[in-house]
Design a protein around this ligand. Structure first.
Ligand SMILES: Cc1cc2nc3c(=O)[nH]c(=O)nc-3n(C[C@H](O)[C@H](O)[C@H](O)COP(=O)(O)O)c2cc1C
Length: 511
């Protein structure tokens, strides 16, 4: 299948890219975490409820552990009164993930005093670090990033990878869409956690993929890095991509460092091939810094009439960051009827779209937040977009659309009659394709995921639940936003509202 057709089907007709007789072999499912068969450095489970830190010293290994646990650690055990698959519990994290399969893995390049400098894997299941490669890799990393960043002052660099089989085994080719979104959600959580401490974190989504994978000991067609995030205590200098440097290739870097290949377990006895995902992935990787380019965020505005509602100032939450993370959940069937006030809506929309990190200022400018507002105090029911510049709602069409939206759901386990608002993130899924090729798709999915996690955390800070979902007919929803004839589409749907947990029992997983 041609790459463009594949991406178009992935976005608009996902049912066509998965064989109709695809059966999920749950008996040979992979673990949701990778376990290296190597010595582990245990991290403290005495996780503080407040992450704020005054010290200007390089973080200790325990502090690195707290940071990792808040981002991707096992935080909850959920028991249900009805069995999910054959088990009666699932392990959850502060981030949502399509099908709770968590296709990402975290790696770190660490330069702390407590343990040797080098490349580590975060073993989620044991809350431990595993040393994969010892040494100083500042210059290797700086070159693999095309000198976009000064690595030497950074005490650590995080690598977010995707292990393709972890969710391909269930979703087949549709996994490719989820992998980008899930990576973004994880990046969104990383940025929020870093802000709490505070650490300075900058996301790089352009780098020499094979060189970075070589450094971590990954096989690019099996597991590949999607984002590189250097961490520092003081603001980082980022260099503009358009400043032309001498070109560096992945090949040059790979031959300069010995290969590593460590044993690990994932439990699946048989890993099926995924030729389409592999093809699109391999065509997305950057092999020379010559491929790097500035992504121009061109925003194509959604058509709207002039009627607009200026929103009131936003609210601050008294809940701690820990409580906000712990309360975040995808309510599914547990939404209950309720309304949202205008200040609450204003908080949700503004805090999601406003960015205090300077390097993110224009990053999201080609994505829009829009929604069907159904039960918002003194706001007529209808389809709206949000304009962050004027902090106002723009009406697209007034009316009652929850029957339409309910019928658009492919799996009717969420009752949209109950949720006061149903939001969408709108954008062009292949924005910047002319300059970045197919990589633009995964970059756009990651950006969307970052916004999703911000939105979910803000919803949680207001006492609401938000349920991200892709199981809906996007073409039909796009009609409500009058997107026909534009390149824009609804990239993800997130109903938000009050909820009450029934039939499930939660336990925290920390000391
Ligand atoms: C990118 C993404 C897509 C998702 N798509 C769906 C979906 O189509 N249907 C659904 O019921 N849940 C969907 N979810 C929600 C997950 O199933 C949910 O996050 C997971 O089961 C973990 O539960 P938790 O969010 O309560 O921690 C999605 C989540 C993400 C991050």
């Amino acid at each position: 299948m041609h790459l463009h057709t594949f991406l178009s089907h992935l976005q608009h007709h996902p049912e066509t890219i998965r064989p109709s007789d695809w059966e999920v072999n749950w008996n040979d499912a992979p673990l949701p975490f990778k376990q290296y068969i190597l010595p582990k450095i245990a991290l403290s489970m005495e996780i503080p409820l407040d992450l704020k830190r005054e010290s200007s010293h390089i973080p200790t290994i325990d502090e690195i552990g707290y940071f990792l646990w808040y981002i991707y650690g096992l935080t909850k055990i959920i028991h249900t009164s009805y069995p999910i698959k054959e088990e009666q519990y699932t392990l959850r994290r502060f981030v949502p993930s399509g099908g709770a399969l968590y296709p990402n893995e975290l790696y770190l390049y660490l330069k702390t005093k407590d343990i040797p400098n080098g490349i580590y894997h975060y073993d989620v299941s044991h809350h431990a670090l595993v040393l994969l490669r010892e040494g100083n890799f500042d210059s290797f990393l700086a070159e693999a990033l095309g000198y976009q960043c000064d690595i030497s002052p950074c005490f650590a660099t995080v690598f977010v990878s995707v292990f393709f089989w972890k969710n391909f085994f269930k979703y087949h080719n549709f996994s490719y869409r989820l992998q980008g979104l899930d990576s973004g959600v994880l990046l969104g959580q990383l940025l929020e956690v870093a802000k709490q401490i505070p650490y300075q974190a900058t996301i790089y989504d352009q780098f020499l993929d094979e060189a970075i994978n070589h450094l971590l000991g990954l096989s690019t067609n099996q597991e590949s890095t999607y984002a590189v995030i250097p961490l520092s205590l003081t603001p980082q200098k980022t260099h503009h991509l358009s400043i032309k440097q001498e070109h560096i290739t992945s090949h040059e870097l790979c031959v300069s460092l010995p290969k590593i290949k460590h044993p690990y377990q994932m439990n699946s006895k048989k890993i099926l091939p995924y030729p389409e995902v592999e093809k699109i992935h391999l065509s997305s990787i950057q092999t020379t810094t010559e491929n790097f380019c500035d992504s121009k965020s061109i925003c194509s505005p959604i058509l709207h009439r002039n009627k607009c509602i200026t929103l009131p100032p936003n609210q601050t939450s008294s809940l701690s960051f820990y409580t906000i993370c712990q309360n975040r959940t995808s309510p599914g069937q547990d939404f209950r009827f309720g309304s949202i006030s205008q200040p609450q809506l204003a908080t949700l929309l503004q805090k999601t779209m406003e960015h205090d990190l300077h390097h993110l200022e224009h990053y999201f400018s080609d994505l829009k937040l829009a929604g069907y507002l159904h039960q918002v105090d003194e706001v007529p029911k209808g389809m709206y977009t949000y304009d962050v510049q004027t902090h106002s709602l723009h009406l697209i069409q007034e009316g009652n659309f929850h029957v339409h939206l309910q019928q658009c759901l492919t799996d009717a386990h969420i009752n949209l009659f109950q949720t006061p608002i149903c939001l969408h993130i709108i954008g062009d899924p292949i924005a910047n394709q002319e300059t970045l090729g197919p990589r633009s798709y995964r970059m756009q999915q990651m950006k969307t995921g970052i916004l999703v996690q911000r939105l979910l955390l803000i919803a949680s800070s207001l006492g609401f639940g938000g349920h991200p979902l892709l199981g809906y007919d996007a073409k039909s929803v796009d009609q409500l936003y009058q997107l026909d004839g534009t390149k824009q589409t609804s990239l993800i749907q997130i109903p938000i509202g009050p909820f009450q947990r029934y039939g499930q029992y939660e336990g925290s997983l920390h000391a």
